[in-house]
Structures are given as structure tokens and as C-alpha cells.
Ligand binder design. Sequence first.
Ligand code: 5RP
Length: 237
Amino acid sequence: MKPKQDWIETAKKNAAKEAVRNVKDGSVVGLGSGSTAAFAIEELGNRIKHEGLHVLGVPTSYQAFMLAVKHKIHITTLEEHTTLDLTVDGADQIDENLNLIKGMGGALAREKIVASASKKLIIVADESKKVKVLGENNQPVPIEVLPFAASYVMRKVGDAGGKPVLREGARKVGPVITDNGNFIIDAGFGPIPKPERLERELKAISGVVETGLFVKMVHSVYLGKRQGVGKLYRRIK
Ligand code: 5RP
């Protein structure tokens, strides 16, 4: 049997490849962030090159922007296209109702804006991301905050039952600075049976720019498995 990391990389690639089949000629596509979304951007570039697709992309981060340039995907903006046909993006956790935690790559604010502007949000992930309830396995909820408000937001997140930690840079001293010039707080809440309620509560805190809870936003999920790719569709209630 292949070592764990090997099958996960293959699963991500396969999920990305299948999901990108949804892109039709003439579409405006949201380009997600993270390692799985990167495979989707690469695959979209392949389709443009080999099938002559005409597609415009709206990147959700500098990472996505640079990959789009590398793979010769023409870039557009939300100013020019306030409605997108679809977005293909990754996720950190996916629950049974296809609600998500996103933002471990720090791109949650732009990802949520681009997803909100899209007719369809298609998620690509390997099956290790699928859980029963969001917040399992100590998965925190990333929250983008104005630097000015960070300590206040941390106190309020604590009042809401969370354990907030200011995200530190990996090859930079001090806090991570997002593509929007903000900080990120990773807040552990334990299992989150009612993500909609928590999302409302967090968004009501002054200084919170966006949260990584994506509730009732997903159209479908392409889940790369050890064998093949599973497709999940959100039931609209
Ligand atoms: C970035 C994100 C990513 O989509 C999420 O972290 C998943 O990344 P990966 O595919 O590398 O596991 O939300 O802000």
C-alpha cells in the first residue's frame, strides 16, 4: 500500500480534475486557494491549452493569482464581473450537510466573497476532510480580524466559548498578515453542531472581517478517495 501522503496527493489531484470538468467555455470562474485548489487551477490551465476554452478567472489570493498567471488563465476582477459562473475551492473540514471550515491558508475573506458572488461553489478535497460535525479533531475556526481589534475580538471569542490563538507567521516574526492586511485568530470551539448560529455570533463582533465558517454555501463536493472520486450534492432545505 502507498504511504498516506501519496494517496492524499493523488486524491486531491483526481478530485480537482473531475471538478474542473464543470467549467464550460465562456465561463467566469472563481479560483480557490490552498494545495487542492492549486491542482484545480493547473487543470483549468491544461483545459485552456488543450481544448481552447475561453475562461476568465477571479483569484481568491495572491497564491491563486500567481498560479493563474503561471497557467495562462486570463484574470478578471469582481469590479468587472459581479456574478461568477462557478468557483472551485478547497476546504479544511466538510460536515454532513456540506457546511465547511475554511481558512487554514489564510484566504478565507476573499474566498467567501468570491464564493458568495458565484452561482455555484464546488469544493475539492481529499476524504480526510470529511467529518460528522465541524470542529471535530481540534479543528479551529479561522477568523480574519482588523489588527486594531484583535485583542478585543479574542476576548469576545472567549466569551462565546472559544479558545482564541493569534496565528503566528512561519517564516516571519509576529502575526500572519493576510492578503488584506489583517490578522487571523484561530478559535477552537470543539464540535460545532450549529455552525449557522456560531457564524452569526462571530460576525456580530466588531472588528471581525470574516469567519471561516461557510454555511449553506456549497453546491457540490468532489471528494478524492483512495479509490476514485465521490460526488456529494448539498440538499437545499
Ligand atoms: C485557504 C483555504 C483552503 O482551501 C483550505 O485551507 C484547504 O487547503 P488544502 O487544499 O491545502 O488542504 O481555505 O484559506
